[in-house]
Ligand binder design. Structure first.
Ligand code: ADP
Length: 296
């Protein structure tokens, strides 16, 4: 797979999008299900005076990003009257956070949401997406289970969801500019803070210091979510999360997590960004663990 960042055209005529359902409300805007030339697409509507030039630049940046583990951006549209921007994407199953919460509801005894092999497989597919993004010189800046979409196998979707086969796709690639503006406007008082690396926690340092190790840190917090079903620092008020990070505190990995995995995740969320491994190395480890678990 080679990054292709020179697309021909990605503008979509908004009147060709036929609305037929609402998927969900996100922090940046509502996500709608639409038909576009008979194809089912997901449309993320960004309101609040979107600049079409910025929208075009963001879409241009990711229009060539093509990877099996990244939600495909089909194009973008603009509504002049409402100054609303639209990102048109492929529709993918459900987000990992919702799936974890459904599992938590079914298993009240707080057993881990997935088997260890399933967890490693989910982590590997996310890490492969992030490694590809790094090859494209793109950062995600908001990695967490909510941004991971999962497609379960056909048979599973039709009846009870089946985890025999699943496909992971990372969402929200290429909205970096809008994400940053939203984070800065909210003074870091949003849920996303729980996954945010200490070095980019303060507004004034965010743009300057955000680099790939910050994505590695958020990835490690996402691994914690996958292994435990809990959000990082669950129950801790948002304004106290940063204080905990400064004191070197990190969430506790569960006993069912083998020490070699726990140790590696701890390396990924190290306070010093230079001590965190690269995604290429993380993928290698995850592939190795997957083989070990398959052979067990
Ligand atoms: P947030 O910004 O709060 O994290 P999003 O705007 O990314 O949320 O998404 C809102 C909802 O829409 C979520 O439930 C998410 O799973 C769903 N969603 C987003 N993109 C897609 C997509 N391409 N296919 C299917 N569902 C999606």
């Amino acid at each position: 797979l080679t990054p292709n960042l020179a697309p021909d055209s990605f503008w979509i005529d908004q009147y060709q999008l036929e609305l037929y359902d609402t998927i969900g409300q996100g922090s940046l805007g509502v996500v709608l299900k639409c038909k576009w030339f008979g194809e089912c697409v997901a449309v993320k509507v960004l309101t609040g005076g979107i600049d079409p030039v910025v929208l075009e630049a963001e879409a241009a940046l990711v229009a060539g990003v093509q990877h099996p583990n990244i939600v495909k951006l089909i194009g973008c549209a603009y509504n002049q009257e409402r100054r609303a921007g639209m990102f048109v994407m492929e529709v993918v199953g459900r987000d990992l956070r919702t799936l974890i919460e459904l599992r938590n509801m079914n298993f009240q005894n707080r057993s881990p949401p997935f088997s260890l092999l399933q967890s490693v497989e989910i982590m590997l597919q996310i890490a492969e997406a992030l490694q590809y993004l790094k090859d494209c010189k793109l950062m995600h800046k908001d990695v967490r289970a909510r941004k991971v979409l999962i497609r379960l196998c056909e048979a599973g979707e039709a009846s009870a969801p089946s985890w025999e086969y699943f496909h992971v796709k990372l969402a929200d690639v290429g909205l970096a500019k809008f994400k940053l503006e939203m984070l800065q406007a909210s003074s870091f008082q949003t849920e996303a803070c729980r996954w945010r690396a200490p070095e980019v926690f303060r507004d004034e340092e965010m743009i300057e210091k955000y680099s790939w190790p910050a994505d590695v840190y958020s990835f490690a917090m996402t691994c914690y979510e996958i292994l435990t079903g809990e959000v990082p620092f669950q129950g801790v008020p948002l304004n106290e999360v940063y204080l905990k990070l400064c004191a070197g505190e990190r969430p506790e990995l569960p006993a069912h997590c083998p020490p070699y995995i726990a140790k590696y995740i701890a390396k990924c969320w190290a306070s010093n960004p230079n001590e965190r491994p690269e995604f290429s190395e993380i993928c290698e480890h995850l592939r190795h663990w997957k083989c070990m678990l398959l052979l067990r």
